[in-house]
Each structure stands twice: as C-alpha cells, then as structure tokens.
Design a protein around this ligand. Structure first.
Ligand SMILES: Cc1ncc(COP(=O)(O)O)c(C=O)c1O
Length: 316
C-alpha cells in the first residue's frame, strides 16, 4: 500500500485501481469492473445502472440490498422491491417468472432481478450452477445482479469458478474487505457499457476517489493471495455450528448446513447469548430478532474458535 502508484481515479488515472479492476473483471469473466468503497455502494450502483425508477426489482426478502441498506434502493434508485421467499438462500425461478408476468395496468414492470451468493441471512449458502441456470432462464430478458459480497467463499465451497457463476448474471459485485481481508473496498463487474454507466453513478454517489491506489493495492493482494485460505474460515465455522447444535439441538445450527463462513441459529434467548459471548470476548450479533449470526474470518484462529466453543457450551 505504501508503494502503490496512485492517481486521480475520478479521471481514471490511478494505475493501481485500474490493475485491480482488470484483475477482478478477469476473475469473474466480465468485460469491465469498477472499484467502489463498499459493498452497499456496489449494490446501489447496480440498481441505478440497471433498474429504472418506477419499476420493480425482484429480490429475496432477506437479501442485503433489501433488508440491510437502510432503504437505499427507494432513495437512490426510485425502485420498489417485489419480494420473494429466500429462506434457504435461493430464489425460486417460478416466483421470478410470476413477478415478471404481473406487469399490467396496475403492476410495475420488473427491470432487474437481484440474488445473493453466498446468501448471508440463510447462513452463507452458495447457489449451485443449476440453480443459477434456472434463475437465469426464469429472468428471460430481465438483467440479473448478483450480490457476490462473498462470491469467492461460494467458489471455494462449491468448486464452481467465480467466472462460471458470474456468467449466469449481468452484473456481479464482491467485497474485498470481508473474508478477503483488505481494509476497504468492493468491485462491481459487468458488460462494458453497464460499468461505464456505473462509473457515472459512482461519481454521483461520491464514490470516485483520489489516490485510491493506496487501498486498491491491498485489494490486489486480497484477490491474489487470500482466496484459498477461505477454506480455513469454512472449517472453523463448521466447528462453531457443531458447538451451537450440541448446545441447542433444533435451533437451526447444523454443520452440514454450514458450507461457508457464517452460522445462523435461533437460541432460546438470542440477546442473552450475544451478551454472554461478548463477556467471553466473542463478538456475535443478531441479524433479526431472535437470530444470532457468527462469522469466521482471517483474524479468528483455532484458539479463538475454541474460546467461542467453550463459551457456547456454558451459555445460559
Ligand atoms: C451479502 C452482503 N452484501 C452487501 C454487503 C455490504 O457491504 P458493505 O458493508 O461493504 O457495504 C454485505 C455486508 O455485510 C453483505 O453481507
């Protein structure tokens, strides 16, 4: 980072950002990519680039873009969501077809379908290529955006390449600052014309940065060196799921349903558990009332996992 060559990325003059964007575009098999400060901004730029104001975006009801972006889609893109079930992480093609078929005198047109891979709220569940194919077919001519904040976790867990998953969608975004360990940044990739529009939208949202090569340099390290180790996070998450399943059988934690780095379950008293874990130096949160989420990443080592396992075993 200290040696990064930098420039004004608002003018496209930062060589390190350009290198990172090209690296990601190649990794996900898209024509172009744009570097942005956060995953939320990447999702919002996708909405503003692909969805038209006054139309509907079909999305799973617990997706980040729906439930964790402070209502940004309405504010930034003037769209409404057509929400469909996504309890198991995937969206049913028939629900998408139905939403698209509704457009008539009273119902809005659907201008975008949004999916999440891995799907955070269901416990980091990745999509299979068959599921992506079925979704793509159901969407027809409607573009599809993939929130792939953790797309590389999906790659490591399923063995399907990020590019093969991304080939089923129009745009894809990935966060560099989660399991990939970069301090900041996300990327949005897609067809060159969509990404060109995305650059204008990034500017409008205040996301064009000067000297961004300093942070892009860490992003390059993240993409080049931090992907394979995600398997360690996945193994540690399974250990946490085991501990939670032992302590509260039937609460939803299941190592066999923990393919990546997120464990989601509903203990009898979620608030008390979060407080108890905090007192033992284990940071957990609730993603909705009653539902606790545990996440593993590079800085959670085996010793940390064993501390969490013990705390879970002793939890009230
Ligand atoms: C699935 C998903 N998408 C998007 C985001 C947004 O990323 P950021 O926090 O960088 O805005 C997150 C963040 O947790 C996420 O889990």
């Amino acid at each position: 980072m200290s040696q990064a060559e930098v420039g004004d990325d608002g003018f496209g003059e930062d060589p390190t950002v350009a290198e990172l964007e090209a690296l990601y575009a190649a990794r996900v098999g898209k024509e172009a990519a744009v570097f942005v400060p956060s995953g939320t901004m990447a999702n919002q730029i996708a909405l503003r680039s692909l969805a038209r104001a006054g139309t509907a975006v079909v999305a799973g009801r617990t997706e980040h873009v729906v439930a964790f972006e402070a209502g940004a889609a309405a504010r930034n893109a003037g769209v409404q969501f057509h929400l469909v079930p996504d309890t198991d992480g995937v969206v049913e093609p028939s629900d998408v077809e139905y939403a698209i078929s509704l457009a008539a005198f009273h119902q809005p047109q659907v201008s975008l379908v949004s999916i999440e891979n891995t799907h955070m709220a269901s416990g980091g569940i990745p999509w299979t290529l068959d599921e992506l194919d079925a979704l793509r077919a159901a969407a027809g001519d409607v573009p599809v955006h993939m929130d792939g904040a953790r797309l590389l976790n999906a790659e490591v867990a399923t063995g399907a390449s990020a590019a093969s998953m991304a080939s089923r969608v129009t745009t894809v975004m990935t966060c560099l600052s989660k399991g990939l360990c970069a301090p900041v940044g996300s990327l949005l990739a897609g067809p060159a014309d969509v990404v060109a529009t995305g650059r204008v939208e990034r500017k409008r949202l205040g996301g064009a940065m000067r000297q961004a090569g300093v942070i892009a340099a860490a992003g390059i390290v993240a993409l080049r060196t931090m992907v394979d180790r995600l398997a360690e996070d996945h193994a540690r998450a399974r250990r946490l799921a085991e501990a939670a399943a032992d302590r509260w059988p039937g609460a939803g934690a299941d190592p066999a349903r923990t393919p990546t780095n997120i464990v989601v379950f509903s203990p009898p008293d979620a608030g008390a558990l979060v407080t108890h874990l905090g007192a033992h130096g284990v940071l957990a949160d609730m993603i909705r009332p009653g539902v606790v989420r545990l996440v593993t990443h590079h800085d959670v080592d085996d010793e940390g996992i064993e501390r969490a396992v013990l705390a879970i075993a002793k939890a009230p």
